[in-house]
Design a binder for this molecule. Sequence first.
Ligand code: OGA
Ligand code: MN
Length: 290
Amino acid sequence: MSSVLKQSDSPLSLEPLSPVGGAAVRGIDLSQTLSVESKAEIDEAFNTHHLLAFREQRLEEAEQLAFTEQFGELESHVIRLRDGKPAPLLHQITNLDANGNPTAKPYSKGNYYWHTDKSYHAVPSLATLLHAVTLPPSGGDTEFANTRLGYEALPATRKAEIASLRVVHSWEASRKNSGNPPATEEEKRDRPPVTHPLVRTHPVSGHKTLYLGIHTSHIEGMDYDEGRALLAELLEHTTQPQFVYRHCWQPGDLVMWDNRTLLHRACPNYEMGRFPRVLNRTVVRGSVPY
Ligand code: OGA
Ligand code: MN
């Protein structure tokens, strides 16, 4: 497809988007294979800012897949399409119904709750990439919460109490927590519950983060309700406004975020029954949390 074109020698233009993370990136065309230098710059920016919003891109599906692949293995999704088929590697986040009309009834409600992608997998997602295809005239934002900052702001006693706790995450719990139709038997068989550390160490930076969200069931070895109350308290803590960046989408944005440091949720702040919102999505598989 694309030839190995050397991108411009000038460094990427990075503009921080908020005190808690995120940077807008200009001066690069992601439809071209990245030079070694550009790839290294993007890696470094990603590790520093946790979220990169590449502006003014116009990627074909194959180009987004090719860009994503440069960061690791592409990942599929548990969710089935309306026709029951597995979602393809590039799939769409959309409010369009089967007839292509905008609908206020989302296909999945899970995205509107704080979560980190596929934490119900033994090997959860590293990065998620969304490329704006069609945006509402305003709104349809996505919020991101920095769980490293949330963790660091906890009192020392709390940090000590939670240091070695493990959390059960499951697709079944996720469906229940988000008010979706229950997981099917097939889905439950495919995705049995997994456990992850509540306090996760970022494999690149070594910083500790809180690893939780809508896909959590309970805390291993703790009274069920007590564990859920603790998870709710920590989630509320780390999603306070001082830890949150709200991304207001611009046409051409390709946003890539680090699921190991950030929680995210879609904001229902537009007229969903009236305006289409379509984003092309690819996901990079991560590693076992520790
Ligand atoms: C996702 C997701 C949020 C949004 O793609 O994983 O949660 O704003 N999207 O569409
Ligand atoms: Mn998500």
